[in-house]
Ligand binder design. Structure first.
Ligand code: GDP
Ligand code: IMO
Ligand code: MG
Length: 436
């Protein structure tokens, strides 16, 4: 013990990578349990007096902490070409990646699922989801449909061939007859997958057993979610979601560690809101203020480079995240981006066709109609990037955090005041005390 889950509270890109990196030096394992290379985490590290930026997609952010063992759990979908590209990139920059463990039960993203992701989006036209085009949805669909390919299949060529054949039988027909696109050759797919098997072999493990033993030994394990609460396939703004469970509960199914072993849940909440791709977004700004947040916050996707849609903080979503994830601690990130505003609007409830909603409407149509009800909090002008204690913050910034804390219903334990590793205020310890 302890086991800590770290999740995104909004639509992703809250700064989970930076928060994981912050905890990385004091945890023994960091586990990615959902999603794949649709994620994009930026971590900024000070090295020899210079700022170095790392963009991670598939690897857990804990890989940047020398003493931490990074784990890719069974709930992840793996594009093997991206895995090795990322490992090579880190090794070239002097990062030790030799401890990485990969679950034998994780699914691989075969090349045909990237094709299907892209052609499906084109086919949907105006109804598209705005996916990252990485083959995530089709690979999770295959998993549920029981025609997926797992990491362990790479070590039994006969089984691998059978599975690829079974998957392509239907998919090639759909690609040709519905989408008018060339299908894939079984041999090519099998060969490509087998080409990774040798290099991957030493990393493949029963990661559920490894983590269970680690917790028995008293090691600290951090589970790092990709995506976020409102992109969760069950609890998000379906169908404008990703195809995995990004909420805290996903840490258990996606790693094989049971709920009774989880001690705390940290949610990362950006001081305003962003979203990439399509779907409802009540506090979205289409004016100069939206542009201000995008520019000042550098809100462009790490994975696809798309400009992120921007809007004010929505505490209805924050409260929802608290409830769905069982949040024990919040980290508010990017408070520095709100510096210099006369008033900072915070959404406290919605008006849905004339009716006030204090909680997330259960009906998706209502959420599409939701108009934010704002409370305007007084702003601050001082540069806060050098603040390291809560008391260092200007009075109005403190008041903003305290009001948000009250609205979201869980304590704010840390506050991000800049992208750098040390640009954070640690108000309360994020790691639970070890019992006994
Ligand atoms: P993730 O997907 O949740 O890991 O988040 P991303 O890396 O996609 O996006 C968060 C961005 O905000 C990154 O560029 C971080 O370097 C940056 N960031 C994180 N925390 C802070 C903060 O407190 N202040 C500022 N200015 N930037 C931050
Ligand atoms: P991190 O981990 C923001 C969005 C896509 C699209 C939807 C479905 O960096 O927070 P997918 O390719 O997953 O099928 O796309 O989900 N999306 C993200 N948005 N941050 C992410 O990851 C995302 N991963 C997926 O833009 O709307
Ligand atoms: Mg991101």
């Amino acid at each position: 013990m302890p086991a800590i889950v770290l999740v995104g509270a909004q639509w992703g890109d809250e700064g989970k990578g930076k928060a994981t990196d912050l905890l990385g030096s004091s945890v023994d394992y960091v586990v990615k349990f959902n999603g794949g290379n649709n994620a994009g985490h930026t971590v900024v590290i000070e090295k020899d007096g210079k700022r170095e930026k790392y963009a991670l997609h598939l690897l857990p952010s804990g890989i940047l902490s020398p003493n931490c063992t990074p784990v890719i759990g069974n709930g992840v979908v793996i594009d093997l070409s991206v895995l090795f590209e990322e490992l090579d990139g880190l090794q070239a920059r002097g990062i030790d990646t030799s401890k990485l463990l990969v679950s034998a039960n994780a699914h691989v993203i075969p090349s045909y699922n990237r094709t299907i992701d892209k052609v499906t989006e084109r086919f949907l036209g105006k109804r598209r989801i705005g996916t990252t085009g990485r083959g995530i949805g089709p690979t999770y669909a295959d998993k549920m449909n029981r025609v997926g390919i797992r990491i362990q299949d790479l070590y039994d060529e006969g089984i691998l061939r059978q599975k690829v054949e079974a998957a392509l039988e239907l998919k090639n027909q759909i690609l040709a007859k519905v989408y008018n696109t060339r299908g894939s050759e079984v041999d090519e797919v099998v060969e490509e997958l087998l080409s990774y098997a040798g290099r991957l072999a030493p990393m493949v493990a029963d990661t559920s057993l490894e983590l269970s033993r680690a917790l028995d030994r008293g090691d600290t394990v951090l589970f790092e979610a990709g995506q976020a609460t409102l992109l969760d396939v069950d609890h998000g703004t379906y169908p404008y979601v990703t195809s995995s469970n990004a909420v805290a509960a996903g840490a258990c199914t996606g790693s094989g560690v049971p709920p009774t072993r989880i001690d705390s849940v940290i949610a990362i909440l950006k001081a305003y809101t962003t979203r990439v791709g399509e779907g409802p977004f009540p506090t979205e700004l289409h004016d100069d203020m939206g542009e201000f947040l995008r520019k000042t916050g550098a809100e462009f996707g790490v994975t696809t480079g798309r400009p992120r849609r921007c809007g004010w903080l929505d505490t209805v979503i924050g409260r929802y995240a608290t409830r769905i994830n069982g949040v024990t601690d919040f980290v508010i990130t990017k408070l520095d981006i709100l510096t210099g505003l006369e008033k900072v609007p915070v959404c406290v409830a919605y008006d849905v066709d004339g009716v006030r909603h204090d909680e997330m409407p259960v009906n998706q149509t209502d959420f599409h109609h939701a108009k934010p009800i704002y409370e305007e909090l007084p702003g601050w002008w001082e540069d806060i990037s050098r603040c390291r204690t809560f008391e260092d913050l200007p009075a109005n910034a403190q008041a903003y955090v305290l009001r948000v804390e009250e609205l979201i219903g869980a304590r704010v334990s840390a506050i991000g005041v800049g992208p750098g590793r040390d640009e954070i205020i640690e108000r309360f310890p994020l790691k639970p005390a070890v019992a006994g």
